[in-house]
Design a protein around this ligand. Structure first.
Ligand code: SAM
Ligand code: DTB
Ligand code: SF4
Length: 331
């Protein structure tokens, strides 16, 4: 059996989820140690370069025009302000700068500014990542040529649960964008959200969809829903037992992602601010080896540098060197 498999069956993924918790963690940690430095964690910093007023109806998102979150819709930031934020992220020890825009897709008229941002951030010695919605092949090529290392585009959940969360773009649309990103030679960052009221079977389907892509994403963000008041999901789940994902189930999801996609970086993403140190430590044990740093994600809060430094100190974790080559999976 080769180590990296893209032929996982749903039953195999479901069986991993069903393992006794300690067996699951033991297996995930063993795989983690074969493929990754056990105590190194990659650090990424997010910046919302275009906030709010998004035409998509993603039920979790504070930036959707369908949400009543009172968030002001901004225009695309200017290049210099983005570069100033990137310089600050670098000074704070981050290795990757991820720029997010609340768009269905970038307009061609935005491409010059976006490429300037990528080239400028890259010139600082940071890895570059963008998440701008759907991309055409031409747009992906332009961003890749400008020096974009990673493109983030999430599948978000299982194909079955997807329609309960988003109706304005399809799963197939997302797969098309991922194909364009791959074809342009960039590394793929693709994951999703747990805690949206989905079932265990949906979490199985979500990881199955990721682990059976033609090539595993180099980066797999696992977000725990940050329930935002005024969003469909934030309001629907408020006050219900589903309002927050069970933390053991969250750790299981991280562990199964690690086992199914051994080489990928698994990022403990949104939702960390409200997670105990012990749960985060279990996530690292389960194979998470990347986080977002800083006190803000795109629009919501994040753990912050002080809390992270304290946690890393307690656990003996160290930031991953930022100068390792971007690991685009070779066939
Ligand atoms: N507009 C672009 C897109 O959706 O492709 C990029 C930005 S979007 C905010 C990136 C990802 O953030 C989403 O796919 C979703 O997985 C995650 N996300 C957004 N809001 C979230 C929330 N409230 N809690 C957890 N994750 C969230
Ligand atoms: C991802 O999967 N998580 C990040 C990143 N990709 C762009 C975004 C999390 C956003 C959390 C909600 C917010 O701050 O608005
Ligand atoms: Fe728009 Fe992205 Fe938010 Fe969906 S997740 S509403 S596409 S910003």
């Amino acid at each position: 059996m080769t180590d990296i498999r893209t032929d996982w069956t749903r039953a195999e993924i479901a069986d991993l989820f069903d393992l006794p918790f300690l067996d699951l963690l033991y297996e995930a940690q063993g795989i983690h140690r074969r493929f990754h430095a056990p105590n190194e964690v990659q650090l990424s910093t997010l910046l919302s370069i275009k906030t709010g007023g998004c035409p998509e109806d993603c039920g979790y998102c504070s930036q959707s025009a369908y949400a009543e979150t009172g968030l002001k819709a901004d225009k695309l930031m200017d290049v210099d302000s983005v570069l100033a934020a990137a310089a600050e992220a670098k000074a704070n020890g981050s290795g990757r700068f991820c720029m997010g825009a609340a768009w269905r897709n970038p307009k061609d008229r935005d491409m010059d500014a976006l490429c300037d941002m990528v080239a400028g951030v890259k010139a600082m010695g940071l890895e570059t990542c963008m998440t701008l919605g759907m991309l055409t092949r031409d747009q992906a090529d332009r961003l890749a040529d400008a020096g974009l290392d990673y493109y983030n585009h999430n599948l978000d959940t299982s194909p079955e649960h997807y329609g309960a969360v988003i109706t304005t773009r399809t799963y197939a649309d997302r797969l098309d964008t991922l194909e364009h990103v791959r074809a342009s030679g960039m590394a793929v960052c693709c994951g999703g959200i747990v805690g949206m009221g989905e079932s265990r079977e949906d979490r199985v389907g979500f990881l199955h969809a990721l682990a059976t892509l033609p090539r595993h994403p180099e980066s797999v963000p696992v977000n725990a829903l940050v329930p935002v008041k005024g969003t469909v999901l934030g309001d629907m789940l408020a006050g219900t037992p589903l309002a927050r994902i069970d933390e053991i189930e969250f750790v299981r999801t991280v562990a199964v992602a690690r086992i199914a996609m051994p080489r990928s970086m698994v990022r403990l993403s949104a939702g960390r601010e409200s997670m105990s140190e012990s749960t985060q430590a279990l996530c690292f044990m389960a194979g998470a080896n990347s986080i977002f740093t800083g006190d803000k994600l795109l629009t919501t809060g994040n753990a912050g540098a002080g809390a992270d430094a304290a946690l890393f100190g307690k656990l003996g974790l160290v930031p991953m060197a930022a100068d390792e080559p971007v690991p685009v999976a070779a066939e």
